[in-house]
Ligand binder design. Structure first.
Ligand code: SF4
Length: 289
C-alpha cells in the first residue's frame, strides 16, 4: 500500500486498471498536461481525497473518452470520415494487443459481466460462435430473444437468413465466426446505447484480434459505426472495402433489415460475392442468398 494515497482511492484505481487490462490496455503514459498533478503539496494531496459522500467511479465502467481512445487506437484505414477525436495529449498513447490472448481468456475476463445496464435484462451472455481461426468474421448488433435464450448468436429468423447467406457462399456456419457488438440482449431489441456499445465493444476488438480473420463483415449500421467510429449512414459506404486493424472490412445490411426489405437481398449478395472473391471462394452457378 502506498500511504501517500487513501485506501479508497487506491482501490478505485486498482479496479479501473483491472478493467483496462481486461480490454487490452496495458501501457499507460502520464498526461503531459497533467504533470503538475504530482502529489507534492498538501493541496494536491487534499485534491486526491475520496470523500465518503462522493459517488465512487463505477467498478468496471471506463469513460467514453477512454473507450473511444481504445477503439481509435485500432487505426482503421478508411475511405470515410470518422468522428472527430479530442485534440491534445491523451492519457493513453498506445493500446497493446495482449500477446497470449485467447477467446477463452476473453470469455473468462468477461465473466458474469455487469459492466453495463444490459446485464439486468439478459438471460444469457451471447459471446460468439464458430471457428476460432475463421478467415471470415460476421459482426452483428446484439442478441435478440432467441439468441438470449440459446446463448448463441444469430439463431432466430434473421440468423436463419444469415445461415442461408453463408451457405450460399459455399461455407457453413462452423467455418466462420459470428459475434455481436454487445453481448447481452437490449430490452425490446432496441438499438444498443452509446455507453453500452463503448463498454462492451473492447471485448469484440479482442475477439477480432485473436481470431485474426482475413475479412470482417459488419452486419448493419451499429457494427459498422462501432468498428469504423463513423457517424455516416451505412448506405454511404455499404459494399466498399475498408480497412480495420490491417484487415479488410466490408459493411452490409443486417439480415433483420433484409427480412423487412427483401428487395435489398440482391445488394447484399453482391457484397458477399466481393467477400467470396477475396477469400477465393467460387460462386456456384444459380446460387444466391
Ligand atoms: S452487454 Fe457487454 S458490457 Fe454490457 S453487461 Fe453484457 S457483456 Fe457486459
Amino acid at each position: 500500500m502506498d500511504e501517500r494515497f487513501p485506501a479508497a482511492l487506491q482501490q478505485m484505481l486498482s479496479d479501473r486498471l483491472s478493467f483496462y487490462e481486461d480490454i487490452g490496455i496495458r501501457l499507460f503514459y502520464r498526461d503531459r498536461a497533467a504533470t503538475s498533478l504530482a502529489p507534492s503539496t498538501a493541496a494536491n494531496r487534499a485534491s486526491l481525497q475520496v470523500h465518503p459522500e462522493e459517488t465512487p467511479l463505477p467498478k468496471t465502467t471506463p469513460t467514453a473518452a477512454v473507450q473511444k481512445a481504445a477503439l481509435m487506437a485500432a487505426s482503421p484505414l478508411r475511405k470515410i470520415d470518422i468522428l472527430p477525436m479530442p485534440s491534445g495529449p491523451s492519457l493513453f498513447e498506445s493500446v497493446e494487443k495482449i500477446a497470449d490472448d485467447s477467446l477463452l481468456k476473453i470469455r473468462t475476463d468477461l465473466g458474469e459481466c455487469t459492466r453495463c445496464k444490459l446485464h439486468k435484462g439478459r438471460h444469457t451472455i451471447v459471446f460468439g460462435d464458430g471457428n476460432p481461426k475463421a478467415q471470415l468474421v460476421f459482426v452483428g448488433e446484439g442478441p435478440g430473444h432467441d439468441e438470449d435464450i440459446q446463448g448463441l448468436p444469430f439463431v432466430g429468423r434473421a440468423g436463419k437468413l444469415l445461415t442461408q447467406m453463408i451457405e450460399a457462399m459455399g461455407l457453413q456456419r462452423k467455418d466462420v465466426y459470428i459475434c455481436n457488438v454487445v453481448k447481452c440482449r437490449p430490452p425490446e431489441n432496441r438499438t444498443p446505447e452509446e455507453d453500452e456499445v463503448s463498454t462492451c465493444s473492447p471485448f469484440l476488438l479482442r475477439q477480432i484480434d485473436v481470431i485474426a480473420p482475413k475479412v470482417i463483415v459488419c452486419l448493419g449500421a451499429v457494427a459498422a459505426k462501432t468498428l469504423l467510429q463513423t457517424n455516416r449512414g451505412i448506405s454511404q459506404f455499404r459494399g466498399e472495402w475498408l480497412e480495420f486493424r490491417g484487415r479488410k472490412l466490408l459493411a452490409t445490411y443486417h439480415p433483420a433489415y433484409l427480412l423487412r426489405n427483401p428487395n435489398a437481398k440482391g445488394e447484399v449478395w453482391k457484397d458477399l460475392q466481393k467477400v467470396m472473391a477475396v477469400l477465393g471462394l467460387q460462386v456456384k452457378k444459380g446460387k444466391s442468398a
